[in-house]
Design a protein around this ligand. Structure first.
Ligand code: HAS
Length: 556
């Protein structure tokens, strides 16, 4: 399909900006592992201290990369499947709001005025421009949802009998979740954080801020995940050489995410004493519920891959696994997606450990947690993003992939890197290793009285994984920019490998309409969150003053 020049440029810029920033994001990832391993015993390297680096790492990789990509991929998906282009002016306004927001937040972080990590929990305070930048970035991502919804309504009128294309359903579900969850963080930023940061208010309600953040924060992880799921359902079976086992399973999965992605945020606050245990228990149960669409996906995609393997001549129960096109350089999307799926088996299982109310108290705030989330957001999410960014850049610019044989091994290198890295973190977490701590200054410094040798092997393992991940990242930059700057050899088109379905399933109106699901979504959110917000307002005690190293406890 041909795209207008305007939309093509918007998509290309939305892919390019975060991949450029990713150079900084990946560098700071490596630095984290080095600081933590005790290989260096310093507060800062090249004038960038540990927490400034960690903030840059989290914000660039987890917020900027993912949201720019979701919008770019959403534009591409909607245009491709509905055969209708998003509005030119709306898509440009959205892009520029996102770019300006990112630049403001980047200035605040790089100048050392916003070392508050990607969760920006008060009483850590950032410069007002950091909060403003985040708000603009979010508003920029809202605009496309309304435009795509308009295109979908038009399409529906013209195609009354057809099922909504699965990729479009996934995109609209994802951005609806995003819109709803970002309302809470917009309130947190505009009503609580910004006035406090501007000095208009002196202190802040910590539990309320955290509760509003996590209303957004866990739905955020599904906003990261769903573009990858759209690819697993609509592209992966095709590039594997098979068909999608069930399109209906995908629809059920996406609608379950719509219901359950938001009302689970309190599972990040099991240790917050001011929220009632009944609310925590209820949201813990809903968290097990939100694993359901992923179990459905695991089954459906495994069945689709098994079918592909059988078509390729596999024998026996698990023979299909040996027949898949793991190293086909012309079919590299398969390598990126399967590596992400393999990581997600472990990322998902560790998530279920976190969700278990009692087990959570063992792992909360330990290195186990980054071990879990690197097998999710740095697994299926990251690999799908970078694989698809390369695909879109090469097809939209009509370029051949630079170094295709190197390209196809990058995801496996990343996969092994993350497995080693996360094993180190989780092992460390189970023996008490804290997260978000420059261990090299104290616990991993033999000359410190706090030296804790039990964490030497765990952090060394994590650093080894981090080095492998960095090598994979560097190779990716070579392939991506090599492709971007090479001479165009083909016509510029928007194309996706399109999966066929294994069997035609009846159109079920319930799974082809948003209305009943939106009503259920709002009801479940109200039931889960009214008590949590009530507790956050009424049980929080006095507001807290701004954090400083000497307050609340004297810094060393
Ligand atoms: Fe999580 C903390 C629970 C999924 C990200 N999570 C985090 C944080 C992040 C994060 C960033 O309940 C840290 C936040 C912070 O900074 O404090 N998480 C879960 C649960 C799930 C889950 C139950 N998380 C994700 C995803 C993320 C993500 C997805 C990013 C994209 N998480 C938690 C909890 C905490 C938490 C607590 C708070 C912990 C604390 O105390 O702070 C579930 O959605 C997971 C369900 C997934 C599955 C896996 C299905 C497997 C599939 C692969 C199949 C493979 C095939 C290939 C088919 C059940 C789909 C086969 C072929 C071959 C060849 C082998």
């Amino acid at each position: 399909m041909q795209l207008s020049r305007s939309l093509k440029n918007v998509i290309i810029i939305e892919l390019l900006v975060p991949i450029l920033l990713l150079v900084i994001g990946i560098y700071h990832g490596l630095m984290q592992t080095i600081y933590r391993s005790g290989a260096i015993h310093t507060q800062a390297v090249a004038h960038i201290d540990y927490y400034k680096g960690l903030t840059l790492h989290g914000v660039i990789n987890a917020v900027v990369l993912t949201s720019f990509f979701a919008v770019a991929f959403g534009h591409a998906t909607v245009a491709y499947y509905l055969k209708k282009e998003p509005n030119k002016i709306a898509s440009r306004i959205s892009l520029w709001l996102m770019v300006v927001g990112t630049l403001l937040a980047a200035w605040a972080m790089l100048s050392g005025n916003a070392s508050v990590l990607y969760t920006f929990y008060p009483p850590l305070k950032a410069h007002p421009l950091f909060y403003l930048g985040c708000a603009l970035l979010i508003v920029g991502t809202w605009i496309p949802l309304f435009d795509w919804a308009r295109l979908y309504v038009q399409w529906r009128k013209e195609n009354q009998q057809s099922k909504m294309p699965l990729a479009v359903l996934g995109t609209l579900v994802n951005f609806t979740i995003w819109f709803v969850c970002t309302l809470a963080v917009a309130y947190e930023v505009l009503v609580l954080l910004l006035p406090w940061s501007l000095g208009w208010t002196k202190d802040i309600n910590i539990t309320l801020s955290r509760t509003l953040f996590w209303f957004f924060g866990h739905a955020l992880v599904y906003f990261w995940l769903l573009p990858a799921y759209i690819m697993y359902y609509t592209i992966l079976p095709k590039v594997a050489g098979g068909k999608l086992y069930s399109d209906l399973a995908g629809r059920v999965g996406f609608f379950l995410f719509l219901l359950l992605s938001v009302p689970v945020g309190v599972h990040h606050q099991f240790s917050d004493p001011n929220i009632d245990h009944n609310t925590k228990f209820f949201q813990s149960m809903l968290t097990f519920g939100v694993a359901l669409p992923s179990f459905i996906t695991a089954f459906t995609i495994a069945a689709s891959l098994e079918y592909a393997g059988k078509l390729r001549g596999s024998k026996g129960l698990f023979g299909w696994m040996n027949r898949l096109p793991y190293l086909d350089a012309n079919n590299y999307l398969f390598a990126y997606m399967i590596s992400g799926l393999i990581l997600f088996i472990f990322g998902g299982l560790t998530g279920i450990v976190n969700a278990s109310y009692q087990l959570n108290s063992m792992v909360h705030n330990t290195a186990w947690i980054p071990g879990h989330f690197h097998m999710t957001v740095a697994g299926p999410v990251f690999l799908a993003i970078i694989g698809m960014s390369l695909h879109l850049i090469s097809t939209l610019k009509g370029k051949k992939i630079f170094l295709p044989k190197v390209n196809v091994i990058i995801p496996y290198l990343w996969l092994f890197g993350v497995l080693i890295f996360s094993t180190g973190l989780m092992w460390g977490g189970l023996i008490g290793e804290p997260r978000r701590t420059n261990l090299g200054l104290t616990y991993l410094n033999p000359s410190s009285e706090q030296y804790h040798p039990a964490w030497v092997p765990t952090t060394t393992l994590a650093m080894t994984g981090g080095i492998l991940m960095t090598i994979a990242g560097l190779l990716y930059f070579i392939v991506f920019f090599g492709t971007f700057f090479s001479k165009a050899t083909k016509e510029s088109v928007l194309e996706f490998p399109e999966t066929e379905v294994y069997h035609t399933e009846k159109r079920i109106a319930f799974f082809d309409s948003f209305k009943p699901w939106l009503v259920m979504m709002i009801l479940i959110i109200l039931i889960a969150y009214i008590p949590a917000i009530w507790d956050a307002i009424h049980n929080s005690g006095a507001n807290a003053p701004t954090f400083s190293p000497g307050n609340p406890t004297p810094g060393s």
